[in-house]
Design a binder for this molecule. Structure first.
Ligand code: GLU
Length: 380
Protein backbone atom coordinates (compact mmCIF):
# COMPACT_ATOMS: atom_id res chain seq x y z
CA UNK A 1 0.00 0.00 0.00
CA UNK A 2 2.83 2.38 0.88
CA UNK A 3 4.47 1.81 -2.49
CA UNK A 4 1.32 2.12 -4.56
CA UNK A 5 0.11 5.43 -3.10
CA UNK A 6 3.45 7.17 -3.66
CA UNK A 7 3.95 8.19 -7.31
CA UNK A 8 7.25 7.04 -8.77
CA UNK A 9 7.85 10.55 -10.15
CA UNK A 10 6.01 13.90 -10.07
CA UNK A 11 6.88 16.65 -12.50
CA UNK A 12 5.69 20.29 -12.36
CA UNK A 13 6.81 22.81 -14.93
CA UNK A 14 6.31 26.30 -16.31
CA UNK A 15 4.55 26.71 -19.66
CA UNK A 16 5.04 30.23 -21.07
CA UNK A 17 3.26 31.12 -24.32
CA UNK A 18 2.31 34.20 -26.37
CA UNK A 19 -1.29 34.97 -27.35
CA UNK A 20 -2.53 36.51 -30.61
CA UNK A 21 -2.20 40.01 -29.17
CA UNK A 22 1.44 39.41 -28.32
CA UNK A 23 0.84 39.12 -24.58
CA UNK A 24 2.78 36.56 -22.57
CA UNK A 25 0.98 34.05 -20.34
CA UNK A 26 2.36 31.49 -17.95
CA UNK A 27 0.56 28.25 -17.10
CA UNK A 28 1.53 25.34 -14.90
CA UNK A 29 2.14 21.93 -16.45
CA UNK A 30 2.05 18.57 -14.65
CA UNK A 31 2.96 14.96 -15.28
CA UNK A 32 2.64 12.31 -12.62
CA UNK A 33 4.38 9.07 -13.52
CA UNK A 34 2.56 7.02 -10.98
CA UNK A 35 3.43 3.40 -11.53
CA UNK A 36 5.44 1.42 -14.08
CA UNK A 37 5.08 -2.07 -12.67
CA UNK A 38 3.27 -3.34 -15.76
CA UNK A 39 4.69 -1.22 -18.57
CA UNK A 40 5.63 2.30 -19.63
CA UNK A 41 3.68 5.07 -17.88
CA UNK A 42 0.42 5.61 -19.77
CA UNK A 43 -2.35 8.13 -19.37
CA UNK A 44 -3.85 11.25 -20.85
CA UNK A 45 -3.17 14.98 -20.66
CA UNK A 46 -5.94 17.30 -19.49
CA UNK A 47 -6.02 21.00 -20.39
CA UNK A 48 -8.62 22.71 -18.20
CA UNK A 49 -8.55 25.64 -15.76
CA UNK A 50 -9.53 23.29 -12.90
CA UNK A 51 -6.32 21.26 -13.26
CA UNK A 52 -4.06 21.16 -10.21
CA UNK A 53 -1.87 18.56 -8.52
CA UNK A 54 -4.81 16.99 -6.68
CA UNK A 55 -6.79 16.46 -9.88
CA UNK A 56 -3.83 14.97 -11.75
CA UNK A 57 -3.05 12.75 -8.76
CA UNK A 58 -6.51 11.20 -8.45
CA UNK A 59 -6.66 10.69 -12.20
CA UNK A 60 -3.20 9.11 -12.23
CA UNK A 61 -4.06 6.82 -9.30
CA UNK A 62 -7.23 5.62 -11.06
CA UNK A 63 -5.26 5.15 -14.26
CA UNK A 64 -2.97 2.53 -12.66
CA UNK A 65 -5.91 0.26 -11.92
CA UNK A 66 -7.82 1.04 -15.11
CA UNK A 67 -4.78 0.17 -17.18
CA UNK A 68 -4.08 -3.03 -15.27
CA UNK A 69 -7.71 -4.12 -15.76
CA UNK A 70 -7.24 -4.00 -19.54
CA UNK A 71 -4.62 -6.77 -19.13
CA UNK A 72 -2.35 -4.85 -21.54
CA UNK A 73 1.27 -3.91 -20.70
CA UNK A 74 0.78 -0.29 -19.57
CA UNK A 75 1.68 1.50 -16.34
CA UNK A 76 -0.28 4.44 -14.92
CA UNK A 77 0.23 8.20 -15.37
CA UNK A 78 -1.62 11.44 -15.93
CA UNK A 79 -0.72 14.99 -16.81
CA UNK A 80 -2.00 18.30 -18.06
CA UNK A 81 -2.08 22.01 -17.46
CA UNK A 82 -4.35 24.66 -15.93
CA UNK A 83 -4.67 26.15 -19.42
CA UNK A 84 -8.16 27.02 -20.70
CA UNK A 85 -8.49 26.11 -24.40
CA UNK A 86 -11.96 27.70 -24.61
CA UNK A 87 -12.03 30.56 -27.11
CA UNK A 88 -8.37 30.20 -28.09
CA UNK A 89 -7.33 30.36 -31.76
CA UNK A 90 -5.62 27.43 -33.49
CA UNK A 91 -2.37 29.36 -33.37
CA UNK A 92 -2.62 29.96 -29.62
CA UNK A 93 -3.35 26.27 -29.06
CA UNK A 94 -0.36 25.35 -31.22
CA UNK A 95 2.01 27.70 -29.38
CA UNK A 96 0.79 26.41 -26.02
CA UNK A 97 1.23 22.76 -27.05
CA UNK A 98 4.70 23.42 -28.43
CA UNK A 99 5.78 25.15 -25.23
CA UNK A 100 4.27 22.35 -23.11
CA UNK A 101 6.16 19.68 -25.08
CA UNK A 102 9.41 21.67 -25.05
CA UNK A 103 9.55 20.95 -21.33
CA UNK A 104 7.85 17.54 -21.18
CA UNK A 105 9.70 15.79 -24.03
CA UNK A 106 12.72 14.91 -21.87
CA UNK A 107 10.53 12.71 -19.66
CA UNK A 108 8.81 10.82 -22.51
CA UNK A 109 9.65 7.87 -24.76
CA UNK A 110 7.82 4.96 -26.34
CA UNK A 111 9.18 2.68 -23.60
CA UNK A 112 9.19 5.31 -20.85
CA UNK A 113 6.05 7.45 -20.73
CA UNK A 114 3.33 7.70 -23.39
CA UNK A 115 0.73 10.49 -23.04
CA UNK A 116 -2.58 10.82 -24.90
CA UNK A 117 -5.63 13.07 -24.73
CA UNK A 118 -8.20 13.76 -22.03
CA UNK A 119 -10.49 16.77 -21.45
CA UNK A 120 -9.32 19.65 -23.69
CA UNK A 121 -6.81 17.51 -25.58
CA UNK A 122 -7.97 15.90 -28.83
CA UNK A 123 -6.31 14.97 -32.11
CA UNK A 124 -5.49 18.61 -32.96
CA UNK A 125 -3.50 19.03 -29.73
CA UNK A 126 -1.91 15.58 -30.04
CA UNK A 127 -0.72 16.59 -33.53
CA UNK A 128 0.94 19.77 -32.25
CA UNK A 129 2.50 17.90 -29.31
CA UNK A 130 3.81 15.06 -31.48
CA UNK A 131 5.17 17.51 -34.07
CA UNK A 132 7.14 19.36 -31.41
CA UNK A 133 8.49 16.11 -29.94
CA UNK A 134 9.62 15.09 -33.44
CA UNK A 135 11.38 18.42 -34.04
CA UNK A 136 13.23 18.38 -30.73
CA UNK A 137 14.33 14.75 -30.83
CA UNK A 138 14.74 14.44 -34.60
CA UNK A 139 12.94 11.08 -34.42
CA UNK A 140 9.63 9.85 -35.81
CA UNK A 141 8.91 7.89 -32.66
CA UNK A 142 5.21 7.21 -33.26
CA UNK A 143 4.70 5.19 -30.07
CA UNK A 144 5.60 8.14 -27.84
CA UNK A 145 2.06 9.54 -27.88
CA UNK A 146 -1.36 8.09 -28.74
CA UNK A 147 -4.52 9.52 -30.23
CA UNK A 148 -2.59 10.61 -33.31
CA UNK A 149 -4.25 11.40 -36.63
CA UNK A 150 -4.91 8.36 -38.81
CA UNK A 151 -2.40 9.44 -41.48
CA UNK A 152 0.61 9.57 -39.17
CA UNK A 153 0.41 6.56 -36.90
CA UNK A 154 -2.97 6.89 -35.24
CA UNK A 155 -5.16 3.83 -34.72
CA UNK A 156 -8.59 3.43 -36.21
CA UNK A 157 -11.27 3.32 -33.49
CA UNK A 158 -9.14 5.38 -31.04
CA UNK A 159 -11.50 8.36 -31.48
CA UNK A 160 -14.56 6.20 -30.84
CA UNK A 161 -12.94 3.89 -28.29
CA UNK A 162 -13.94 5.30 -24.90
CA UNK A 163 -17.60 5.75 -25.84
CA UNK A 164 -17.89 2.47 -27.75
CA UNK A 165 -16.08 0.62 -24.97
CA UNK A 166 -18.42 2.08 -22.36
CA UNK A 167 -21.45 0.81 -24.27
CA UNK A 168 -19.86 -2.64 -24.75
CA UNK A 169 -19.27 -2.78 -20.98
CA UNK A 170 -22.86 -1.78 -20.19
CA UNK A 171 -24.09 -4.35 -22.69
CA UNK A 172 -22.27 -7.02 -20.66
CA UNK A 173 -23.85 -5.75 -17.43
CA UNK A 174 -27.29 -5.79 -19.06
CA UNK A 175 -26.83 -9.41 -20.15
CA UNK A 176 -26.68 -10.43 -16.47
CA UNK A 177 -30.31 -9.29 -16.08
CA UNK A 178 -31.36 -10.57 -19.53
CA UNK A 179 -31.60 -7.09 -20.98
CA UNK A 180 -30.13 -5.26 -24.00
CA UNK A 181 -29.97 -1.66 -25.26
CA UNK A 182 -32.86 -2.32 -27.65
CA UNK A 183 -35.64 0.20 -26.95
CA UNK A 184 -33.93 1.68 -23.88
CA UNK A 185 -34.05 5.38 -23.10
CA UNK A 186 -30.63 6.77 -22.20
CA UNK A 187 -29.25 10.00 -20.78
CA UNK A 188 -25.59 10.82 -21.50
CA UNK A 189 -24.04 13.86 -19.83
CA UNK A 190 -21.33 15.81 -21.64
CA UNK A 191 -20.94 16.35 -25.37
CA UNK A 192 -17.22 15.81 -25.88
CA UNK A 193 -15.44 12.86 -27.39
CA UNK A 194 -16.64 10.27 -24.85
CA UNK A 195 -20.29 11.39 -24.96
CA UNK A 196 -20.50 11.62 -28.76
CA UNK A 197 -19.32 8.06 -29.40
CA UNK A 198 -21.37 6.73 -26.51
CA UNK A 199 -24.43 8.13 -28.26
CA UNK A 200 -23.30 6.66 -31.59
CA UNK A 201 -22.90 3.12 -30.27
CA UNK A 202 -26.15 3.24 -28.26
CA UNK A 203 -28.03 4.24 -31.41
CA UNK A 204 -26.34 1.42 -33.35
CA UNK A 205 -27.52 -1.05 -30.69
CA UNK A 206 -31.13 0.14 -30.84
CA UNK A 207 -31.24 2.40 -27.77
CA UNK A 208 -32.31 6.04 -27.77
CA UNK A 209 -30.33 8.89 -26.20
CA UNK A 210 -32.69 11.72 -25.30
CA UNK A 211 -30.34 14.19 -23.59
CA UNK A 212 -26.75 15.45 -23.67
CA UNK A 213 -25.14 18.46 -21.99
CA UNK A 214 -22.24 20.87 -21.69
CA UNK A 215 -21.09 23.07 -18.81
CA UNK A 216 -23.82 25.63 -19.67
CA UNK A 217 -26.88 23.34 -19.68
CA UNK A 218 -28.55 20.37 -21.31
CA UNK A 219 -30.67 19.63 -24.35
CA UNK A 220 -33.58 17.23 -24.26
CA UNK A 221 -34.82 15.80 -27.56
CA UNK A 222 -37.60 13.28 -27.18
CA UNK A 223 -37.08 12.12 -30.79
CA UNK A 224 -33.53 11.07 -29.92
CA UNK A 225 -30.34 13.14 -30.25
CA UNK A 226 -29.41 13.98 -33.85
CA UNK A 227 -25.87 12.62 -33.85
CA UNK A 228 -24.72 14.12 -37.16
CA UNK A 229 -25.73 17.56 -35.95
CA UNK A 230 -24.06 17.00 -32.57
CA UNK A 231 -20.81 16.01 -34.30
CA UNK A 232 -20.97 19.00 -36.64
CA UNK A 233 -21.55 21.43 -33.75
CA UNK A 234 -19.01 20.02 -31.32
CA UNK A 235 -16.29 18.37 -33.40
CA UNK A 236 -16.21 20.59 -36.48
CA UNK A 237 -17.47 24.00 -35.39
CA UNK A 238 -16.55 23.77 -31.66
CA UNK A 239 -19.83 25.42 -30.67
CA UNK A 240 -22.09 25.17 -27.59
CA UNK A 241 -24.87 22.63 -27.10
CA UNK A 242 -27.61 25.30 -27.12
CA UNK A 243 -26.92 25.82 -30.85
CA UNK A 244 -28.72 22.47 -31.41
CA UNK A 245 -32.10 24.10 -30.76
CA UNK A 246 -32.59 26.13 -33.98
CA UNK A 247 -32.24 22.89 -35.98
CA UNK A 248 -34.82 20.89 -34.00
CA UNK A 249 -38.00 22.59 -32.91
CA UNK A 250 -39.09 19.71 -30.66
CA UNK A 251 -35.88 19.90 -28.59
CA UNK A 252 -35.66 21.81 -25.32
CA UNK A 253 -32.59 23.61 -23.97
CA UNK A 254 -32.33 24.03 -20.23
CA UNK A 255 -29.57 26.45 -19.19
CA UNK A 256 -28.03 25.38 -15.84
CA UNK A 257 -30.44 22.44 -15.92
CA UNK A 258 -29.70 19.22 -14.08
CA UNK A 259 -29.65 16.44 -16.67
CA UNK A 260 -30.19 13.71 -14.01
CA UNK A 261 -33.74 14.89 -13.38
CA UNK A 262 -34.74 13.36 -16.74
CA UNK A 263 -36.30 9.88 -16.36
CA UNK A 264 -34.31 7.19 -18.18
CA UNK A 265 -33.45 3.47 -18.16
CA UNK A 266 -29.69 3.95 -18.47
CA UNK A 267 -27.62 6.90 -17.22
CA UNK A 268 -24.08 7.45 -18.45
CA UNK A 269 -22.15 10.35 -16.91
CA UNK A 270 -19.53 11.28 -19.53
CA UNK A 271 -18.62 14.86 -18.56
CA UNK A 272 -16.29 15.22 -15.57
CA UNK A 273 -15.57 14.34 -11.92
CA UNK A 274 -18.26 14.74 -9.25
CA UNK A 275 -20.99 15.68 -11.72
CA UNK A 276 -23.55 13.27 -10.22
CA UNK A 277 -24.27 13.58 -6.49
CA UNK A 278 -26.46 11.85 -3.92
CA UNK A 279 -29.62 13.81 -4.85
CA UNK A 280 -29.09 13.06 -8.54
CA UNK A 281 -28.66 9.38 -7.73
CA UNK A 282 -31.87 9.40 -5.71
CA UNK A 283 -33.88 10.98 -8.51
CA UNK A 284 -32.48 8.51 -11.07
CA UNK A 285 -33.43 5.58 -8.81
CA UNK A 286 -36.87 7.05 -8.14
CA UNK A 287 -37.38 7.37 -11.92
CA UNK A 288 -36.58 3.68 -12.41
CA UNK A 289 -33.00 3.66 -13.75
CA UNK A 290 -31.66 0.12 -14.28
CA UNK A 291 -27.99 0.81 -15.07
CA UNK A 292 -25.38 3.52 -14.57
CA UNK A 293 -21.82 3.46 -15.87
CA UNK A 294 -19.07 6.06 -15.70
CA UNK A 295 -17.72 7.28 -19.04
CA UNK A 296 -15.91 10.12 -17.28
CA UNK A 297 -13.33 9.57 -14.55
CA UNK A 298 -15.05 9.48 -11.13
CA UNK A 299 -18.21 11.42 -12.13
CA UNK A 300 -20.29 9.91 -9.31
CA UNK A 301 -19.64 11.06 -5.75
CA UNK A 302 -19.12 8.37 -3.09
CA UNK A 303 -22.57 9.23 -1.63
CA UNK A 304 -24.20 8.78 -5.05
CA UNK A 305 -22.55 5.38 -5.43
CA UNK A 306 -23.93 4.31 -2.03
CA UNK A 307 -27.44 5.20 -3.26
CA UNK A 308 -26.97 3.00 -6.36
CA UNK A 309 -25.55 0.15 -4.27
CA UNK A 310 -28.48 0.31 -1.87
CA UNK A 311 -30.99 0.33 -4.73
CA UNK A 312 -29.15 -2.67 -6.27
CA UNK A 313 -29.05 -1.14 -9.75
CA UNK A 314 -26.23 -2.11 -12.09
CA UNK A 315 -23.21 0.16 -11.63
CA UNK A 316 -20.07 0.20 -13.80
CA UNK A 317 -17.19 2.17 -12.22
CA UNK A 318 -15.08 4.31 -14.57
CA UNK A 319 -11.83 2.43 -14.07
CA UNK A 320 -13.55 -0.58 -15.67
CA UNK A 321 -16.25 0.95 -17.88
CA UNK A 322 -14.19 3.69 -19.55
CA UNK A 323 -11.02 1.64 -20.04
CA UNK A 324 -11.69 1.26 -23.78
CA UNK A 325 -9.91 4.53 -24.57
CA UNK A 326 -6.62 3.70 -22.98
CA UNK A 327 -6.89 0.07 -24.15
CA UNK A 328 -7.11 1.27 -27.75
CA UNK A 329 -4.15 3.55 -27.04
CA UNK A 330 -2.23 0.39 -26.13
CA UNK A 331 -3.38 -1.11 -29.45
CA UNK A 332 -2.06 2.03 -31.16
CA UNK A 333 1.32 1.48 -29.44
CA UNK A 334 1.28 -2.13 -30.61
CA UNK A 335 0.62 -1.09 -34.21
CA UNK A 336 3.31 1.60 -34.03
CA UNK A 337 5.86 -0.89 -32.69
CA UNK A 338 5.06 -3.26 -35.54
CA UNK A 339 4.93 -0.40 -38.11
CA UNK A 340 1.57 -1.65 -39.20
CA UNK A 341 -2.07 -0.56 -39.33
CA UNK A 342 -5.23 -2.49 -38.59
CA UNK A 343 -8.61 -1.78 -40.17
CA UNK A 344 -11.66 -0.48 -38.32
CA UNK A 345 -13.55 -3.74 -38.05
CA UNK A 346 -10.57 -5.71 -36.75
CA UNK A 347 -9.71 -3.01 -34.20
CA UNK A 348 -13.29 -2.60 -33.00
CA UNK A 349 -13.53 -6.33 -32.51
CA UNK A 350 -10.35 -6.24 -30.40
CA UNK A 351 -11.84 -3.41 -28.32
CA UNK A 352 -15.03 -5.37 -27.77
CA UNK A 353 -13.08 -8.42 -26.60
CA UNK A 354 -11.01 -6.25 -24.24
CA UNK A 355 -14.17 -4.74 -22.71
CA UNK A 356 -15.67 -8.19 -22.27
CA UNK A 357 -12.42 -9.24 -20.59
CA UNK A 358 -12.54 -6.25 -18.22
CA UNK A 359 -16.13 -7.11 -17.35
CA UNK A 360 -15.29 -10.75 -16.79
CA UNK A 361 -12.38 -9.93 -14.48
CA UNK A 362 -14.54 -7.52 -12.44
CA UNK A 363 -17.41 -9.90 -12.16
CA UNK A 364 -15.27 -12.93 -11.26
CA UNK A 365 -13.27 -11.00 -8.67
CA UNK A 366 -16.51 -9.71 -7.13
CA UNK A 367 -17.74 -13.28 -6.71
CA UNK A 368 -14.37 -14.46 -5.41
CA UNK A 369 -14.34 -11.81 -2.68
CA UNK A 370 -17.97 -12.37 -1.68
CA UNK A 371 -19.60 -9.34 -3.36
CA UNK A 372 -21.34 -10.79 -6.44
CA UNK A 373 -22.51 -8.17 -8.97
CA UNK A 374 -20.58 -5.42 -7.19
CA UNK A 375 -18.31 -4.28 -10.02
CA UNK A 376 -16.66 -1.61 -7.86
CA UNK A 377 -15.34 -4.23 -5.47
CA UNK A 378 -14.53 -6.43 -8.46
CA UNK A 379 -12.60 -3.74 -10.29
CA UNK A 380 -10.69 -2.66 -7.20
N1 GLU B 1 -7.58 10.03 -20.89
C1 GLU B 1 -8.05 8.69 -21.13
C2 GLU B 1 -8.32 8.00 -19.82
O1 GLU B 1 -8.76 8.63 -18.88
C3 GLU B 1 -7.16 7.93 -22.10
C4 GLU B 1 -5.72 7.81 -21.72
C5 GLU B 1 -4.84 7.19 -22.80
O2 GLU B 1 -5.31 6.85 -23.87
O3 GLU B 1 -3.64 7.06 -22.51
O4 GLU B 1 -8.19 6.81 -19.68
Amino acid sequence: MERIVEPERQIVFRVPWVDDKGEIHVNRGFRIEFNSALGPYKGGLRFHPSVNFGVIKFLGFEQIFKNSLTDLPIGGAKGGADFDPKGKSDKEIMLFCQSFMTELYRHLGENTDVPAGDIGVGSREIGYLFGQYKRITNKFEAGVITGKGLRYGGSSVRTEATGYGLVFFVDEMLKTINETFEGKTCVVSGSGNVAIYTVEKIHQLGGKVIAVSDSDGYIYDKEGIDLDLLKQLKEVERRRIKDYIPYHKQAIYKPNGNIWEIPCDIALPCATQNELDENDAESLVKNGVIAIAEGANMPCTPAAIRVFEKAKVLFGPGKAANGGGVATSALEMEQNAGKTRWDFEYTENKLKKIMQGIFRRCSQAAIEYGFPNNYIVGAN
